[in-house]
Design a protein around this ligand. Sequence first.
Ligand code: ADP
Ligand code: MG
Length: 411
Amino acid sequence: MSSHKFLTLDDVETSNKRIFLRVDINVPLDPSTHQILDDTRIRAVSETLARLEDARVVLGSHQSRPGKDDFTNMQPHSEALAECCNQQVMFVDDVIGPHARQRIAKVEPGQVLVLDNLRFCAEENIDDKPEKLLKTHFVKQLSPLFDLNINDAFATAHRSQPSIVGLTDALPSAAGRLMEKELKAVSGLLVEPRRPCVYVLGGAKVEDKIPVIEHILTRDKADKILLGGVPAKVFLKAMDRKISADDEKDMAGLQTQIKNAKSLWMKYKDKIEVPVDLAYADTRGKRTDRAIDVPLKESALDIGAKTVEIYSKVVEGAATTVANGPLGVFERDGFDLGTKQVLEAMARSNGYTVIGGGHLVGLASILGIDERFKHVSTAGGAMLSLLSGQSLPGVDALVRAAERMRNQKNN
Ligand code: ADP
Ligand code: MG
């Protein structure tokens, strides 16, 4: 058995077996044509599929969530998957109904049947306790049809949902290759990262970045945190610096985050870096850089050019750099400067570099520099959960599955 606490594809017999393979191939889609805009997550499961060439594979993923423009069927995904593996790939426009179950029963070795969007089932949209998930229709309908469950959906492992946790508890289960690789790369950052170790944190969601800062600084796993995006504004506010009138309004709803930022700042002043200047759009929309205490009235849209220089130097000299979340509103002309330049500094550095989060990874791939990072995570939220010290429900379920298997062998 491998050294992990869970089983991997090295530990299980897969030939001719009926396998449910959970992946996360939730990808950016053109909202009107449903054309796939970036297939990174699809290509990322090819190693697992290659290992399962003589198995009967039924593959399940979600795409977006109810109410969104890109909440669609999995037909485009199944076509893209066919390009990445040697198996015959088929699609069924059903998830747990009689139509899907008939097709699942007929899958032959060497074939992959792609189920429709798992979130077409209401139960798959709700996080619940493992014992509740075991009793869902989703698990009751699907589990009897399989010999083995493989979870390769690292990017969804922070969800406690039927296909991630329920099926893993109901069936003999192991981790896929991508799950293994991602866990090794990301959890390794919490063991002994090479120093100096720098985190670059930006984006819009502050609530998932503050717990990361707290965890890595408390456990002394980082030397510098470079802030951009909304997290930078929250810290500037917490430090009683002057921010723009519009940013001030946005901060009104973030009182808890500001309070948490303040206590982190008091403890770790020497490790947390905020921008020295920020970029705003003037009345004609043109980029204007200002030192932090002399803002324009509008919201800051990027870190300023001086900050870019400082951050780039820190990153170039780091032995480990981890980045999640863009440093500015990179979608707007002129305001992608900070994110682009810092990503490029990371790509130039000789250190161990990890990037994660849909927006940042998408930008790195558009810039054509994604292959120059040591690890490009397919996850955003799951990576941040791990880095903030939380355990992932999907991984916990895999550990329970390994324990069950061990107990069976001993009896
Ligand atoms: P990721 O997907 O990389 O994990 P998030 O989802 O947290 O990152 O945030 C991405 C969004 O953050 C982008 O749409 C970007 O426009 C926005 N953003 C970045 N900087 C700012 C800023 N200064 N003010 C407002 N929004 C920002
Ligand atoms: Mg995002």
